[in-house]
Write a protein that binds this ligand. Structure first.
Ligand code: F6P
Length: 530
């Protein structure tokens, strides 16, 4: 049986980690003044500088060998052609089909899925245009002004992050709201700001069985009926659904023609390209939504066609593997120097950690090496005044991805200049540190801390689409090399099941649980019945 960490290339990388442990990144630049040109890459309006990594030429070559010797090419081809690569759920993984802007067929179970995808997009176009143009009216004949997405996980994070990132493109007469948490204070706060006559709720749930979303959707419906005096049959103009479970959505009271469907082969955390993107199309308009898909499609083609040593997702994945498996990094920081992208780290947390937070391989055996890192971060320059101290002088080794867009509107140029120069200063400081003579120990910064810099010409739908697809494929490449299934999430299912069980058994004194859980259940029960 093939064991990744027993392979010749893995062993070689272990030796190289030892051999290069005292290398300084800055010295790589002295040795090769062309390093920046060599270790940077442009795709359209996206530019990746990966030269400030602790990676020598020899290490880079060995990492490429690791990719070459893995099943990457085969699994990449399988993903794009609709093979069942999500083995535990027996499904293809086809978010790439959703943004396929070419005319190639993608066949699942002997059927081309592209006609259904195009029909789904058409429906999205018609509906989003109606709402945006003020032609979709509420029950009193008023135009819609509030869009409220009710969903959680992939049915929230993707559309939520994109709508916020592209706020500059938002329809001026629509306000966007996202309700995800089962905490009643979340929905209460949002509902307080709404006028029911002009509100449109999107119940967004792939399965239509997620407890949090159903509770929130039912509370929203109750609120709407109470506020308006309408009867259930009248909610049609104010509630639509995005789901693969049409029957359950209709049972909830959504009209059949107001259900935006998608398919089991779209994973929750990869679903913003499907009808789950409805809030995006409503906010920025259908044409802009298509630009988002086009940006992702461009990245898909690049991922498929570029040689591995010039392939952005492959390079970023290999750099991550080097740090995780050979240099002992446990986390990956992601710092967008862009306030509009403040939700990007949260989105990436689900994308990366739900995908690669696995310790069993494709054959069902425990892995003997580390897999997905802990992903975290927040916007710069805010982070500089919070956790950057630890990044500069702490004991941990934390690779960083900096992300920024170059263009801003002319009223904010002075701020934008400060923002970008702060980012450049930080990336420089992390690499070079400050160990100058005379520097007191407490003030000295060791440097030699690696980073990638990703620059977009501007934060446009197209560039954001490419950026998201870049990270999706990076996660896929890492999962493939680690030989894990990046497309299931059985750990999450356990929590869901137990929450249901505990809520049922809290009434009777159950001995099915450990002492601590029983004790806490008793306290909660006592409190709830006060
Ligand atoms: O978090 C687990 C998960 O299954 C995600 O994968 C999914 O995005 C989320 O729950 C929400 O599920 P649904 O869209 O079915 O409500």
């Amino acid at each position: 049986m093939y064991a990744l960490d027993q392979s010749v290339t893995w062993k070689k990388l272990e030796q190289l980690a030892e051999k290069t442990k005292d290398d300084r990144i800055a010295d790589y630049f002295t040795a090769n003044p062309a390093r920046f040109d060599k270790m940077s890459l442009r795709l359209g309006e996206l530019f990746l500088d990966y030269s400030k990594n602790k990676i020598s030429d020899e290490v880079f070559a060995a990492l490429l060998q690791l990719a070459e010797h893995s099943s990457l090419r085969q699994r990449r081809a399988q993903m794009f052609s609709g093979d069942i690569i999500n083995a535990t759920e027996k499904r293809p993984v086809l978010h790439v089909a959703l943004r396929n802007r070419g005319d190639e067929a993608i066949v699942v179970n002997g059927q081309d899925v592209m006609p259904d995808i195009r029909a789904g997009l058409k429906k999205l176009e018609t509906f989003s245009n109606q709402v945006r143009d003020g032609k979709w009216l509420g029950y009193t004949g008023k135009r819609i002004r509030h869009i409220i997405n009710i969903g959680i996980g992939g049915s929230d994070l993707g559309p939520n992050m994109v709508c916020r990132a592209l706020l500059n493109y938002k329809h001026p007469e629509l306000s966007m709201h996202f309700i995800s948490n089962v905490d009643g204070q979340h929905i209460k706060k949002v509902l307080k700001s709404l006028d029911p006559e002009t509100s449109l709720f999107i119940v967004s749930t792939k399965t239509f069985s997620t407890q949090e979303t159903l509770l929130n959707a039912n509370s929203a419906k109750r609120w709407f009926l109470q506020e308006t005096g309408c009867v259930e049959a009248d909610i049609g103009q104010h509630f639509v659904a995005v789901s693969t479970n049409k029957a359950a959505a209709m049972e909830f009271g959504i009209r059949q023609d107001s259900i935006f469907e998608f398919w089991a082969w779209v994973g929750g955390r990869y679903s913003l390209w499907s009808s789950i993107g409805l809030p995006i199309a409503l906010s920025i308009g259908y044409d802009r939504f298509i630009e988002l898909l086009e940006g992702a499609y461009e990245m898909d083609r690049h991922f498929l066609e570029a040689p591995l040593d010039k392939n952005m997702p492959v390079i970023m994945a290999l750099i991550g593997i080097w740090y995780t498996n050979f240099l002992g990094a446990e986390t990956q920081a992601v710092i967008p120097y862009d306030q509009a992208m403040h939700q990007f780290p949260s989105f990436l947390q689900q994308l990366d950690m739900e995908s690669n937070g696995k310790s069993v391989d494709m054959e069902g055996k425990p892995v003997s090496y580390d897999t997905g890192p802990i992903v975290w971060g927040q916007t710069g320059s805010n982070g500089q005044h919070a956790f950057f101290q630890l990044l500069h002088q702490g004991t941990r080794f934390i690779p960083i991805d900096f992300i920024a867009s170059l263009k801003t509107d002319e009223t904010a140029e002075e701020h934008h200049f400060a923002l970008l120069t702060n980012m450049l200063a930080q990336a420089n400081a992390f690499m070079n540190g400050d160990v100058s003579e005379g520097q007191q120990g407490y003030a000295s910064c060791p440097g030699n801390r690696p980073s990638n810099v990703l620059l977009m010409d501007e934060l446009s739908p197209r560039n954001l689409g490419a950026l998201i697809a870049l990270y999706e494929h990076k996660v896929f490449v890492q999962g493939t090399i680690w030989n894990i299934n990046s497309f299931d999430q059985w750990g999450v299912q356990l929590g869901k099941r137990l929450a249901t069980e505990i809520s049922r058994s809290i009434e009777r004194k159950s001995t099915d649980y450990d002492e601590s859980t029983q004790g806490l259940m008793a306290i909660v029960k006592q409190h709830m019945s006060k």
